[in-house]
Design a protein around this ligand. Sequence first.
Ligand code: ADP
Length: 718
Amino acid sequence: MSRIASVLLPMPLPEAFDYAEPEGMALEPGDQVAVPLGPRLIRGVVVELRDALGGNRPLKPVAERLDDPRLPPGTVAFVQWAARYAVDAPGQPLAIALRGARAPKPRPVRVVELTGAPPARSTPARTKVLAAAATPMPPADLARAAGVSSGVVKGLIDEGVLATREVVAEARFDAPDLSLTGATLNESQAAAADALKAAAVAGFGVTLLDGVTGSGKTEVYLEAAAAALAADPEAQVLILLPEIALTQAVIARVAARFGAQPGEWHSDVAPPARRRVWEAVAAGACRIVVGARSALFLPFRRLKLIVVDEEHDGSFKQEEGFIYHARDLAVVRGRIEDAAVVLASATPSLESLRNAETGRYAWLRLSARHGTAQLPDITLIDLRQTPPEAGRWLSPPLVAAMAETWARGEQTLLFLNRRGYAPLVLCKACGERLCAPDTDSWLVEHRYTGRLVCHLTGFSMPKPAACPHCGAKDSLVSIGPGVERVEEEARALFPDARIAVFSSDTVFDAREARRMVETMAAGEIDILVATQAAAKGHNFPNLTLVGVVDADLGLRGGDLRAAERTYQLLAQATGRAGRRDRPGRALLQTYAPEHAVMQALKAQDRDAFVAAEMGERELAGLPPFGRLAAVVASGPDIAQLDAFVQGMAQAAPNTPGVEVYGPADAPLGLIRGRRRKRFLVRADRGVDLSAYMAAWRARVRPPGQIRVAIDIDPYSFL
Ligand code: ADP
């Protein structure tokens, strides 16, 4: 009997499409195939095969089974689960899962090698080439390695002593060397490692590895990885990190611990290299992957352990396209694959802490730094009492501390989570605030490039000489500080110090990030001015002072997690100080020293802060005690959008335990020329919120120009 193949395509379609399986193709679920869609052939994945019962309309046949690795059943199940959870088309997560499969193949390179024929004559230059040619390499590299001109190599090729050959660089994923051992663990680390090693070989279960910065969480989870890899010769381990800069540090530690380079996966990896990792993961040859959130969608064959490091970090939330939280989906993938999941953080999310408190997650705590390293002293600088001079941002106590630190030959980190020179440009003649033309956001001044930039959309323009509103000349003033401006001030204060800025404007890619971190770790920078890119996870042994330029910054947004996020970010930033044997200190500049977040940071009393914050959330039924979903409807025409969201409000299903708020103007009411309206849905924990949202979504038919985006468990409220 002939069969029907349901094929999922990596595009926003509501469901898989049916095709006829041609005679003899012998498809299996997970196969990558080419199928006709309109006039084109599209790559898709077979998700189901069933017998054709006849009588149906004839189906188009599958055009071809592609000679690419099959998606393992766990990956297909995960993609489908993720789509249902996110109330989105399954083709969206599938597109992420196929990103590596669709990347171009690595191109072959021409190398030269010895043929065995002797040279007609011997010269010192030729002898050097013959010695270096033992390893095949491109001709230019060979000439360089031998220290001769390229003519010498060419001569030997012409003579037949060397021959050229095209090779595709092999994916080199060495097996981890399990005879290597890690650091000698201290007592509490050893206890945590034992528990985690047991968990790592026990199948699905979630452990919260909760330890202060510098307590050795990485050492401990690498032991769990070793245990998982040793227990099963095919086991695979995934380590997820929130920042590319952090992946670099962890890759180096994994490589040292296991004597093998792990697979690296993030947006900065070149497409051919990505394809190599993807195929090696599918083949089971790559056993350790270190990557950013989308690594969760790789086609693992035998995933046994997932580590989500810095699990509290907001960067795990993907906000555009397919909207998901990699920490939450890591737990799902773990369940599907029967893999252990470790969530590591010094400042866990309230969601994870709640799961630990209720016993759903195991909870391991490391309360002290390793060895003699101490947590830094934290002092609040009340900017109302000791303000900086006019037009400056560093207060006298912070400047004094920087001077002492520099005099001792130690390093300072100035933390300000704001890129550019100034967050606002204002006309002092007419009061106009310069905004992006099609978006509700201020233009940020960047002095390195002389441009005004919209951080939301990337729009930029040269800084005008006159106010675009009133035409006044030389009337534009820069308001407030960004990292570039703090750098300028630090340079004026310490002209002889070596000063650098670490932000996504100065550090563009993984290699730059690694270089900057190494330069800092080597003590070659005296003052590092940094956004959050540098404030997380790194170990800088000679860093003894952290100055937080604007501790109140994150509190101003006022959303659900403002206090939690500020606490986490500042605890991480201040945790950079004093990692080795030198005591560190952190100074926080604030206008609100009495705020609960500042008091908790000062007292280093995370538990009290968490308890207070949990209490407030519980009263309001907010996460982790209730659940939220957001809807953003957007469109170019405000009247049409208004009518649509009014209709959408009417269509909201009535379900006990669910409240719908809105529609309301989104705080960012205009992005790229599209008006935006929001709903917020709050539900009790027991409600299947995804099903509720899917039912609601099915009741509305947005006109062509209107887009409806659903965000389950939202982190952004803009
Ligand atoms: P965390 O991940 O909790 O921030 P790390 O694992 O990065 O902590 O450890 C912080 C620093 O202390 C690192 O430089 C690490 O190599 C070192 N360290 C931690 N535990 C040990 C140990 N048992 N022996 C030697 N060095 C250790």
